[in-house]
Design a protein around this ligand. Structure first.
Ligand SMILES: *[C@@H]1O[C@H](CO)[C@@H](O)[C@H](O)[C@H]1NC(C)=O
Ligand SMILES: *[C@@H]1O[C@H](CO)[C@@H](O)[C@H](O)[C@H]1NC(C)=O
Ligand SMILES: *[C@@H]1O[C@H](CO)[C@@H](O)[C@H](O)[C@H]1NC(C)=O
Ligand SMILES: *[C@@H]1O[C@H](CO)[C@@H](O)[C@H](O)[C@H]1NC(C)=O
Length: 407
């Protein structure tokens, strides 16, 4: 008997529609087909086609079969076969099949997290790292390192020495990789300090991913060349990238349920901080800036007092004020002042309240409130380079430059 006859036979049988569960008819048809065509339950196209017809038959009669054990058990077995034999992959099967077998790519948005479960991390300036646990570090790491990495996304930063002075690195490159998920394909975003402005989309040219229900699961929101937000709505997470002159910054906001999908976080800067040897004792630098620059053959571009005035005039406070003063003192670069201010305003807008109050409580000070022995200072600055005293004329020049900037 040919297939056409068989289908005709089946159609006649099915069209005899009475309001009853026709599971026996479906099963009989399937059984006969297998027999006539000598079909083995294997991952072949023909077997999958027969399975598909069978599942369609079952689906059509489903609403009359509530509580019918035979219906539920044979449907379960057939669906398992369907999955096991990867029937979806056959062109001839997946058209009609998609609607009867549950779609394989349903994008479910995570439930919104409570505010207490939100974490925030930022890297900016010389660079300064604001960690998930609220600690702030200033460091001089070089090379590429993950800032955050989990099942959903990776943010990698590359820090580079930019001024050919010791202990002075900045973020040269930011790479964001969004991992494949029911809600998105793989996406990559790259920002380079030496390019003009920030890219306004992913490297493949797209700016969003849309789900079946016409919601955007991922999108690049950009206001201008100097600020881009990568929003991952399905996991309530976002990445904020800024550019000020040649400097980049990146902030990450995400719920802990998303962040904790990677078991090993020891290499991620937001969790574990800068490598121990690259951390700069910022308080000691504020106490004895001259000692610090002498130790590392650097220059004091702007006196501390001038830097403090400039940084408070743009409204930076707490950790952002300290970072601003540090960067301005040691570089004289006003772009870093603006960067600190803008990263602070992102923090105020985005970071959860508990982290904000922790940062404020930590009382970041640039003052000499601890006039302690010089031992602590020399302990803080280790591995001094061969001394190379700073010509004071440079400081003077920097002040002039600084004043012309302000005006
Ligand atoms: C499965 O059955 C439902 C209602 O019982 C129907 O709306 C749907 O179109 C059917 N799907 C297929 C693939 O036949
Ligand atoms: C992807 O979709 C499938 C089928 O709808 C679902 O079972 C699975 O849980 C989804 N995966 C994720 C990560 O949401
Ligand atoms: C934050 O984590 C770092 C690295 O593990 C640790 O050194 C620091 O003490 C922690 N800070 C707080 C406030 O827990
Ligand atoms: C100076 O350091 C010593 C120990 O090194 C400590 O006992 C003392 O309290 C410190 N003084 C101040 C003003 O912090």
């Amino acid at each position: 008997m040919s297939m056409v006859h068989l289908f005709a036979l089946a159609a006649i049988a099915f069209s005899d529609a009475i309001s009853a569960c026709r599971v026996e008819e479906c099963a009989l048809w399937f059984h006969k087909t297998k027999e006539y065509e000598n079909l083995e339950p294997k991952a072949t196209e023909r077997y999958c086609q027969a399975l598909q017809t069978y599942l369609k038959c079952m689906n059509d009669t489903m609403r009359f079969c509530h509580g019918n054990l035979r219906f539920h058990s044979s449907e379960l077995v057939m669906r398992r076969h369907w999955k096991e034999f990867e029937c979806e992959k056959w062109e001839s099967c997946n058209g009609g099949a998609r609607s009867q077998v549950r779609p394989i790519n349903t994008c479910y948005f995570n439930p919104p997290p409570s505010n207490r479960k939100i974490k925030y991390c930022a890297l900016f300036g010389d660079p300064h790292l604001l960690m998930f646990n609220g600690s702030v570090q200033t460091c001089s790491e070089e090379g590429a390192r993950p800032l955050v990495e989990n099942r959903y996304f990776l943010v990698q930063v590359t820090n580079k020495n930019v001024r050919a002075e010791a202990l002075t690195t900045t973020v040269a490159k930011i790479t964001v990789l969004i991992r494949k998920h029911n809600c998105t394909s793989t996406l990559r975003y790259e920002a380079n300090a030496d390019e003009q402005g920030l890219p306004q989309g992913f490297t493949d040219g797209t700016t969003f991913q849309r789900t079946d229900h016409n919601r955007n699961s991922v999108e690049v929101l950009s206001q201008d060349n100097s600020y881009v937000e990568i929003a991952m709505h399905y996991i309530h997470s976002s990445i904020h990238i800024r550019r000020q002159g040649p400097y980049l910054s990146v902030s990450v906001k995400a719920p802990s349920s998303v962040l904790e999908t990677d078991s090993d976080v020891s290499n991620e800067m937001c969790w574990s901080g800068c490598s121990r040897f690259s951390v700069i004792a910022q308080e000691s630098v504020f106490r004895k800036p001259e000692k610090f620059v002498a130790c590392y053959a650097r220059q004091l571009h702007v006196p501390k007092k001038v830097a403090e005035e400039r940084c408070s005039s743009v409204g930076t406070t707490d950790a952002f004020f300290a970072a601003c003063v540090f960067d301005l003192m040691l570089t004289g670069d006003d772009y870093l002042v603006h960067l600190a201010r803008n990263v602070q305003s992102d923090f105020r807008r985005l970071a959860p309240y508990h982290l904000q109050s922790q940062i404020i409580k930590n009382r970041f000070s640039t003052h000499n409130d601890n006039q302690n022995s010089t031992e602590t200072i020399s302990d803080a600055f280790q591995g001094c380079l061969s001394s190379n005293t700073v010509p004071s004329s440079n400081v003077f020049l920097a002040i002039i430059l600084m004043i012309s900037f302000v005006l």
